[in-house]
Design a binder for this molecule. Sequence first.
Ligand SMILES: Nc1ncnc2c1ncn2[C@@H]1O[C@H](COP(=O)(O)OP(=O)(O)OP(=O)(O)O)[C@@H](O)[C@H]1O
Length: 254
Amino acid sequence: MALLEIRDVTVRYGGHVALREVTLGVEAGRVTGLIGPNGAGKTTLFNVLTGLLTPGAGRVLLDGEDVTRLAPYRRARRGMARTFQILELFGQLTALENVALATRLRRRTAAGERPDPGALLERVGLSAFADRRADTLPTGLGRRLELARALAVRPRVLLLDEPASGQDPDETAAFADLLGELADEGLAILLVEHDMTLVMRVCAHLYVLDFGTLMAEGDPASVRADPRVREAYLGTSTGTDPGTGTAGAGTLAR
Ligand SMILES: Nc1ncnc2c1ncn2[C@@H]1O[C@H](COP(=O)(O)OP(=O)(O)OP(=O)(O)O)[C@@H](O)[C@H]1O
């Protein structure tokens, strides 16, 4: 059973259907990817999962329990952590202070000692920047700091919103390795991402949204080979391989 699920979720903005009867699951121990062209509904789905949006129809289940109407902070207490498309760090605090603050928010039910902020910074490769103010870090390092902060609550489910943006290819590759390690340790990770290099490298399972509808799902290789996915991204079912080809330097913008 998936740790986090949405079932038959529909979201409307006025007359516009942003999500139509979408069902998907995020399992422990692997990275699940959510991709789709601009405007496909990824952010909307993310907001439904985290509780910022209540769907017009359908349910959100965490550990099999209905959390559709639970506030975001309550979901966080139950082990959901997220990062943001636009960095949301405390700029005037140091990297270490950012993480230390987050350790105080960890879920009540979490076992063991409060995580050590220094160890978390080391985990994401930021030990050398512990005393640097967050707003002086380049975006790539800021993304890592955001990850450390999310890990500080000892989550069971980690939702990542475009973590590769602002990272260079080497940083993205190292970030992918780190996500792989975290999944191997049992974390359930949902990755919303345009960077197909990261998606293909780290995801065990992929969902593809298009115009609010789940268009394809499966392992990365089969999704990549799916003519409907190529069509949605490139306007041609015989086009260049979306994962490796010329579609905007590894991104899948429509
Ligand atoms: N608050 C809103 N009011 C009206 N329409 C909205 C609102 N938020 C999003 N939409 C529309 O709903 C659709 C889905 O938007 P959403 O932001 O979820 O897509 P996305 O896949 O995250 O796109 P991107 O990759 O560009 O971030 C789009 O057509 C968008 O214009």
